[in-house]
Design a protein around this ligand. Structure first.
Ligand SMILES: [Fe+2]
Ligand SMILES: [Fe+2]
Length: 261
């Protein structure tokens, strides 16, 4: 893992690890026009402790390594739902507003030079809104039902309907988000900065690339692990019901309300 010292310039730190740009932004440090300043000087000008900020940057790199080592297949449904909300929804809730500001800034400043940056901005706006809405539906409706059936020892309350409908809707929305990111990837030449790109432009590309990577992991955990296992568990519990409920094809006003587009 790369290590830094307080003598490294903030510009170089972001060049080596663009994901650290968000920590410098949170600290109010300008790594774009002020990129030539060593971390120590940039911190002193903001009355910050350079060693404390350096430790935070190093910890972020360690956390990034750790987060790649978990095994979602070994988690219970409850653990996996909690993990997705904490790890991926948490990330998106911080990252989408941040990228909203950055894509707006880059399109405003450089859109005249490359109109594709305006198209990136136009693709990002609905993606942002739809992902926020999507996460809200998962957190308020679908995931609570999934947590419920994980520990249930009696047949599920199927008068509320099968999980199949909301899961199908979520999978459809995952495809929409993937398409929007594919468009952004094409518009940015696969997140490749041109030679004239400033640090903010480069950070935008790196952040969009990370957004895509994180979304791939996020969707993989939902589509390929959480959802099939939840349906399997629902089916197992339904077998125990001996037809005492409406069955998996029953209608659920609350779920239909939430998931019909
Ligand atoms: Fe999600
Ligand atoms: Fe999702």
């Amino acid at each position: 893992m790369t290590t830094f010292t307080i003598k490294d310039t903030v510009g170089n730190i972001v060049v080596k690890h663009p994901s650290l740009g968000r920590i410098l932004e949170d600290a109010g440090i300008d790594y774009c026009c002020g990129g030539k300043k060593p971390l120590q000087q940039a911190c002193q000008e903001k009355s910050l402790d350079p060693e404390a900020l350096l430790a935070k940057l190093q910890q972020a790199l360690l956390d990034a390594n750790d987060s790649q080592q978990e095994d979602p297949a070994k988690m219970s449904l409850i653990q996996l739902a909690d993990h997705i909300v904490y790890q991926h929804h948490g990330y998106l809730k911080n990252e989408l507003p941040r990228l909203d500001a950055i894509t707006d800034r880059v399109a405003s400043v450089h859109g005249g030079h490359d109109p594709r940056l305006v198209q990136v901005r136009e693709a990002f706006i609905p993606l942002h809104q739809e992902l926020m809405h999507h996460m809200n539906k998962e957190e308020q409706v679908l995931f609570p039902r999934i947590r419920e059936i994980d520990t249930a020892d009696s047949p599920p309350d199927l008068h509320c309907g099968s999980l199949a409908l909301p899961i199908h809707q979520m999978e459809h929305e995952h495809e929409d988000a993937g398409s929007a990111l594919e468009t952004i990837r094409e518009l940015t030449d696969e997140y490749m900065p041109p030679s004239w790109a400033c640090n903010t432009y480069r950070v935008m590309l790196d952040s969009l690339s990370q957004l895509e990577q994180d979304l791939h992991w996020h969707v993989h955990k939902e589509n390929n692990i959480l959802f099939p296992r939840a349906l399997e568990r629902e089916n197992e519990l339904s077998q125990k019901s001996n037809g005492s409920c409406h069955g998996a094809g029953g209608t659920v006003p609350s779920l239909k309300y939430h998931y019909t587009r």
